[in-house]
Design a protein around this ligand. Structure first.
Ligand code: HEM
Length: 411
């Protein structure tokens, strides 16, 4: 049955939509009436016909698509953005060097190399260092006499410092990474006056920076992660450009996502004071996962059908684009009791905020959960009386559910 409540022309990838809100009522309507629905789009960029995509909104279907890479490929770009407006053919070729956009067996080869950085041992080894950093960040924020921006003063800091620490980027260069990754994500937000060219230039500069690091370590090996990734002989290694794109992906995948989980989490706590009170008292270990479910920082990714297939009662044709909406899956009442409640004791919590399983499942999940735990513990110790001092200003983006500014005061 077609979905009556979704107006013609409604597009879940419209950046103006996410600029204002996550379309939860429309997702609910689709899950109920037409869980796999074709959303037409039009555009005139040379080389592309009119485009459209299947919106997949139920938890079970998002999982199915994610775990069947042989039917749903990542190769033709996974970022679900208004394709025609932003991506040209050359750029698509470059996108294929990004892990997220690879299929097996290439994906399996690169993933096996890069996951050496993310072993439980490697993450545990960072814990004390990151705890001290989280405590310092919260202590510096508390020193503000008046309201301050939680995004720049708190939420941005730990993810950036963690990535710099993990890959061995000198801490003094981390603001460069911050600015490059900010410009790459915010280029379609007119409020920040960043053009698409500046977004592309930032990506190029970041890749060049990382490739220089790789070249340097190839010449002078050190005892660090970069050396492990680019110089290992027997277990395989990354070429310099592969390393460049890996760092580019970490700058966005590990940085924007965790920052927005922390900001949305803080906003959720401050608008649900019973949950903040519970958190400051008991620090439940289940809180971080519920924050990621609630925030769903990555609204969606996309795949491309490799053959004609059926999904949710619809005939998908080879070559069709398929949008998997994590934000919708995370509110699916078939899986979550009372899905619209923010409940930090929710357990089990099989949310898809880190992906729907399958080969691309978030590589940095343990690091992200650790960072979220550490920062909220530090904020609860330093500023248990934190208060909202304004409404969040949302990012204008087609696929990141982001907040640019959240004014708070230490209380
Ligand atoms: C992949 C979410 C933090 C690195 C993904 C995917 C999602 C996601 C939805 C795609 C999964 C799929 O396609 O099946 C998040 C969220 C985070 C977070 C919500 C924070 C709350 C991080 C961190 C890092 C990281 C901290 C690393 C420092 C990656 C990488 C991939 C990935 C490398 C690609 C994996 C692949 O293609 O094999 N993440 N992520 N993420 N994430 Fe995360």
């Amino acid at each position: 049955m077609p979905c009556p409540a979704l107006p013609d022309g409604f597009d879940f990838t419209d950046p103006d939509l996410l600029h204002h809100r996550v379309p939860l009522p429309e997702f609910a309507e689709l899950r109920r009436a037409e869980p796999v629905r074709w959303i037409p789009q039009s555009g005139n960029v040379a080389g592309f016909e009119d485009e459209g995509y299947w919106a997949v909104t139920r938890h079970a279907d998002v999982k199915f698509v994610s775990t069947h890479p042989e039917l749903f490929s990542s190769y033709l770009n996974t970022a679900i953005i208004r394709f025609n407006e932003h991506i040209e053919r050359d750029a698509i070729d470059a996108q294929r060097l990004i892990l997220l956009n690879m299929d097996p067996p290439e994906h399996t080869r690169v993933r096996q190399i890069v996951q050496r950085v993310f072993t439980p041992r490697a993450i545990r080894a960072l814990e004390d260092n990151l705890r001290t950093r989280a405590l310092n960040i919260a202590a510096e924020a508390r020193a503000h006499a008046g309201p301050f921006d939680f995004v720049t003063q708190v939420a941005c800091e730990l993810p950036l410092q963690a990535i710099a620490e993990l890959i061995g980027i000198p801490q003094e260069d981390r603001t460069k990474i911050f600015e490059w990754s900010n410009r790459m994500i915010a280029y379609d937000d007119p409020e920040y006056a960043i053009t698409e060219e500046v977004g592309q230039e930032s990506a190029t500069e970041l890749i060049a920076y990382a490739m220089n690091m790789a070249a340097d370590r190839k010449q002078c090996p050190a005892k660090d992660i970069v050396t492990t990734l680019v110089s290992a002989e027997d277990e395989g290694n990354l070429a310099s450009d592969e390393f460049g794109f890996f760092v580019l992906m970490l700058a966005v995948a590990g940085n924007e996502t965790t920052r927005n989980a922390i900001t949305h989490g803080m906003h959720a706590f401050l608008t649900h004071p019973d949950q903040w009170e519970l958190y400051t008292r008991e620090r439940p270990a289940t809180a971080a996962e519920e924050i990621v479910r609630w925030a769903t920082p990555v609204n969606a990714f996309q795949r491309t059908a490799t053959q004609d297939t059926e999904l949710g009662g619809k005939q998908i044709r080879k070559g069709d684009r398929v949008g998997i909406f994590y934000a919708s899956a995370n509110h699916d009442p078939d899986v979550f009791e009372n899905p619209d409640a923010f409940d930090i004791t929710r357990d089990p919590n099989p949310h898809l905020g880190f992906g729907g399983g399958g080969p691309h499942y978030c590589l940095g999940k343990s690091l992200a959960v650790l960072e979220i735990d550490l920062i909220f513990n530090a904020v609860a110790d330093a500023m248990p009386g934190l208060k909202l001092a304004g409404d969040p200003r949302r990012l204008r983006s087609a696929w990141i559910n982001g907040v640019k500014e959240l004014q708070v005061s230490a209380g």
